[in-house]
Each structure stands twice: as structure tokens, then as C-alpha cells.
Design a protein around this ligand. Structure first.
Ligand SMILES: Cc1cc2nc3c(=O)[nH]c(=O)nc-3n(C[C@H](O)[C@H](O)[C@H](O)COP(=O)(O)O)c2cc1C
Length: 154
């Protein structure tokens, strides 16, 4: 019983990692990650957002607990990044990225306000963020993307 209800609980996991993809291959590899993510996340009702910036990834995954943990396990084994660090994981009251199957977003100079807010204009070190500030950053990025739809890869 508890396993069943536990697996149905909405779970949110936020992690940071360092990108190991050679710069020349970045666009192609990010595209491949997004395509695989859209396909696989849809099957297990996971939503989220992947942020790619200055050699780092910051990603939020939301969905049924079991699906989030299985997906995160697979992501951790991916050699396209390293030093994965969970910033926060646990039950969430409601989805903050409900309409997002998975998209990637690169922070552009136009988004400097976001980094200013987080005092990270000079160095983006998502592995040092608290779960709360990481979530606020990802929500701010989602907000900008909702408004502009520019540079978005969905
Ligand atoms: C930074 C990063 C984020 C990823 N995010 C997801 C994701 O949200 N969902 C997913 O299924 N795979 C994600 N992947 C890709 C997985 O590691 C894996 O390549 C993909 O799920 C395909 O697995 P398969 O070959 O076993 O089907 C991500 C990979 C990286 C490097």
C-alpha cells in the first residue's frame, strides 16, 4: 500500500552537474538529450527544465517518485556530464513545470537580470545553490521562456 501511494506522490528533484561535452558538439548533443528526454519523460509523466550555462547543467525533474528516481539514475550514468549533485529532492505539492515535457534553455546576455538576482553574473556555480534558489532560478528562466519563446528548444 505505502509503496503504491508513495510512487504516486509528486516528487521533485533538482540537481547540478558539470558538462563534459566538447564545445563543438554542444548543440548537437543538447539536441539529442532533449529528443531522448521528451520521448522518455512523456512515457512516465515527467516534466521539468534543463538549463545549460557556462559548462554546467541545472535540471529539475517532476513526476511520480519512482519515475523521477529511475530517470535520475539513468541521467547520472550519462558520460556527457560529471559531478552530479542533488540540490534538493522530495515530495512537492504541485507541479511547477506542469506544461513542460522537457526543454533546454541557454541563458543569454538578455537574461543577465536573472543571474544578477542570484549574484552569479561572474561565475555560474549551480552546484552551490540551495534547492530554493535553484528552483527560483529555474522558474525565472521558465517565465522568460514563456514570454519570449526565443532561443527555446522544445
Ligand atoms: C544533463 C542531462 C540531462 C538529461 N535529462 C534527461 C531526462 O530528463 N530524461 C531522460 O529520459 N533522459 C535524460 N538524459 C539522457 C539520459 O542520460 C539517456 O541518455 C536517455 O534517457 C536515453 O536513454 P536510453 O538510451 O537508455 O533510452 C539527460 C542527459 C543529460 C546529460
Amino acid at each position: 500500500m505505502s509503496t503504491i501511494s508513495g510512487s504516486r506522490t509528486l516528487h521533485r528533484l533538482i540537481y547540478a552537474s558539470r558538462n563534459t561535452i566538447p564545445a563543438i558538439d554542444l548543440n548537437e548533443e543538447i539536441g539529442a538529450i532533449i529528443r531522448a528526454s521528451i520521448r522518455r519523460n512523456r512515457e512516465v509523466a515527467i516534466g521539468g527544465l534543463l538549463l545549460v550555462h557556462q559548462g554546467h547543467f541545472l535540471q529539475v525533474l517532476e513526476g511520480p517518485a519512482e519515475a523521477v528516481l529511475t530517470t535520475y539514475g539513468r541521467i547520472c550514468d550519462d558520460p556527457r556530464h560529471t559531478d552530479t549533485k542533488v540540490l534538493g529532492a522530495g515530495p512537492a505539492a504541485k507541479r511547477a513545470f506542469a506544461e513542460w515535457n522537457m526543454c533546454a534553455r541557454r541563458i543569454t546576455p538578455a537574461d543577465d537580470a536573472i543571474l544578477d538576482t542570484l549574484s552569479m553574473r561572474t561565475a555560474f556555480e549551480p552546484n552551490r545553490l540551495t534547492a530554493g534558489s535553484a528552483l527560483r532560478l529555474l522558474q525565472a528562466v521558465r517565465g522568460i521562456q514563456d514570454r519570449t519563446q526565443l532561443s527555446a528548444m522544445r
